[in-house]
Design a protein around this ligand. Sequence first.
Ligand code: ATP
Length: 210
Amino acid sequence: MLRLTNVQKYYGGFLAIDIPSLFIEEGLWWVQGENGSGKTTFLKMIAGLHPFNGTISLNNLTITKQRQQFVKLVNYAEAEPLYPSFLTARDLVELYCQTKGGDILFAQELLKQLHVFDAYTQSIGTYSSGMIKKVSLALAFIGQPKIILLDEPLITIDASAVNAICTMINDSYKKGVSFIITSHQAVRSEQLGFTGKLLVENRTIHKNSE
Ligand SMILES: Nc1ncnc2c1ncn2[C@@H]1O[C@H](COP(=O)(O)OP(=O)(O)OP(=O)(O)O)[C@@H](O)[C@H]1O
């Protein structure tokens, strides 16, 4: 599914990530690593949000050569999302559905499952941090992604939303969507049955099976 070859990410002169070769099969992957090890950097490179050296390809698409097609297949939710405070959830859903080719009713249903739909037409400036996080998680499911990248999806949200997001992940996974998820929180196997772990250490990433 996802192949990384000679991928290096520098911040100025600082080498944050160095991956000579990594192949990630379809599945539900849990990214683990210490603070500052490079987990967010890894997700942002795959999401097309950070320039890097090397090659990242999804099936036959390469992020640098077929960027538009590639980023349509990869959705990403940030650990600590920020949106302009004057926008409403409806504005964001409409924008995401337009750019990702998604279904507004499906997005609204996800917001209902996360118990944040009541605030659909309110400006984000009136939202709590948990409500913003829930909206960002729902937005990550819009369109026809092949991979969804979730950076710390379980922080900030309440227990019932944790159950709802796990159900959303499992439902999408059954339909063929792969997930790469970072979480410092322990995740019970009955909540999410991970395919395996991607361990981030010493600036590189390897699968736990290696
Ligand atoms: N924009 C940036 N400019 C400079 N250095 C950065 C930048 N973003 C991240 N870094 C550095 O890159 C390294 C990896 O950071 P990253 O945010 O990817 O770690 P992380 O594993 O996601 O950490 P955490 O678990 O704390 O969220 C860190 O040393 C960090 O200081």
